[in-house]
Design a protein around this ligand. Structure first.
Ligand SMILES: Cc1cc2nc3c(=O)[nH]c(=O)nc-3n(C[C@H](O)[C@H](O)[C@H](O)COP(=O)(O)OP(=O)(O)OC[C@H]3O[C@@H](n4cnc5c(N)ncnc54)[C@H](O)[C@@H]3O)c2cc1C
Length: 403
């Protein structure tokens, strides 16, 4: 893939596919190719390269960007129940973007394009922010024109917020020389999953369920949080809990991540951004038990004065509590180290090549076991969800009487 010549781009095992090298190449000598999992990699045209080394100076892996060392840790969620319920966890990403837009700025977030590729885009109005809600559990990318437009807007004196995966934040930070007009937020990320098998899986399910057109795909938030759900005009057409869907299972089991995710240079407590946002996995449940907790809550780490100032500005829109940083580190492994590459990954990739993706996962013993358990729990949760409130109250009363 990466051609061996005088200029050697980032090692293929560490390249995140961010695209900064292509952006800064004045000779247009860098283009992209795709590997077997659909991840893009830069290639250099030796005939065009003049060896100016701009690509090496701006590559956030070869020439690392400045990291932020201090962190104040918060547990937080949006006060607005609708936002909290429909967002991935606490809705803090959405609240931050909305605040910036309401104050005349722009937001950069991840949306589905018409083919359900996850792409970062610039958003100027609060209505369009609906599109960034929820996590798209596939590796997203920053289109070339988004890099350009962010730069042009900042040069014109506009301000904004960028929310993306840590490697994307590093890319933007390097490309813009850490421009002060843009607040940088990274999501804690344990890995970007294969765009190729994501696409294949969508087509497979559409075919199987005879869905002609899809309007949305969700992984997080709302009534089917932590399930994959396919939607057409507000009607759900397919829904499975994470471990009972071949693709979501691959994401949760880390098997189809980009190679660089297993060596991620950003998976540590020192962060690349002004604000880090995540799910608060390690929260002490006794602390949260008496609090309204609709659909999970965010872990928020503030690293810089710029992050702190913005946090103060959204204070009346959110509920938040300062927590010990050690609690966050304990609960979220990617604050310590990158995700470990599963031992069976190479074997699985071989099987996928031979048998096809769906068959290879469907016949995997681990998938079979986990999906059975997941379906059982899912049915139980659905029954509880649809049981009328008066019956639930009655059952609790009977239980209390029999104690
Ligand atoms: C690939 C991936 C892996 C993750 N791994 C972890 C993890 O290991 N531990 C953990 O605690 N949290 C992880 N997260 C973050 C978590 O899923 C939530 O996104 C985060 O808690 C924000 O919640 P929220 O309620 O503030 O989001 P919302 O208010 O619902 O907003 C969602 C935000 O996520 C952004 N986003 C969604 N999908 C992508 C994507 N593919 N690429 C870039 N940006 C995206 C949107 O632009 C938006 O800003 C991961 C997210 C992704 C996308």
């Amino acid at each position: 893939m990466v051609v061996d010549m005088a200029i050697k781009l980032c090692d293929i095992n560490n390249c995140t596919g961010c695209g900064v090298c292509e952006k800064v190449c004045h000779q247009n000598a860098i283009t992209f190719d795709y590997d077997d999992l659909g991840f893009r990699f830069p290639i250099i045209d030796a005939a065009k390269c003049v060896e100016c080394k701009a690509c090496l100076r701006k590559c956030p892996i070869i020439s690392p960007v400045e990291m932020e060392h201090n962190s104040i840790c918060y547990l937080a969620w949006a006060k607005d129940d609708y936002i909290h319920y429909n967002c991935a966890s606490g809705g803090i990403s959405y609240v931050l973007c909305k605040h910036i837009i309401k104050n005349g700025g722009f937001a950069v977030g991840c949306v589905w394009d018409k083919d359900f590729n996850a792409v970062l885009t610039i958003i100027d109005n609060a209505e369009e922010l609906e599109l960034i809600k929820g996590s798209k559990y596939v590796q997203s990318y920053i289109p070339s024109e988004v890099y350009d437009n962010i730069k042009i807007r900042l040069n014109n004196g506009e301000h904004g917020i960028f929310i993306g995966l840590p490697c994307q934040v590093a890319a933007i930070k390097s490309y813009l020389n850490n421009d002060r007009g843009l607040v940088l937020c990274d999501l804690l990320c344990h890995g970007g999953c294969s765009p190729k098998y994501h696409k294949e899986h969508i087509d497979f399910i559409k075919n199987k369920k005879r869905i002609d057109v899809l309007s949305d795909i969700k992984y997080r938030g709302g009534v089917y949080d932590f399930c994959i759900s396919f939607w057409k005009d507000k009607k759900v057409k397919y829904v499975r809990p994470a471990n009972a869907d071949t693709y979501f299972y691959s994401f949760c089991n880390h098997t189809l991540f980009r190679e660089s995710c297993y060596h991620c240079s950003f998976a540590k407590s020192v962060r690349v951004s002004d604000i880090t946002i995540a799910d608060y996995w390690g929260i002490d449940h006794t602390f949260i038990s008496d609090k309204k907790h609709l659909n999970g809550s965010n872990l928020v780490l503030i690293h810089s004065l710029r992050g702190d100032a913005l946090w103060d500005e959204i204070g009346n829109k959110i509920e938040y509590y300062e927590r010990p940083f050690e609690e966050a580190i304990q609960g979220n492994d990617t604050l310590k180290s990158p995700t470990k590459k599963p031992k069976n990954r190479e074997h699985l990739l071989e099987r996928i090549k031979k048998e096809g993706y769906e068959k290879a996962i469907n016949t995997d013993p681990d998938y079979k076991n986990k999906s059975k358990i997941a379906i059982r729990i899912f049915i139980k949760q659905r029954l509880i969800y649809y049981t009328p409130k008066w019956i639930k109250k009655y059952v609790i009363k009977i239980k209390n009487l029999s104690k």
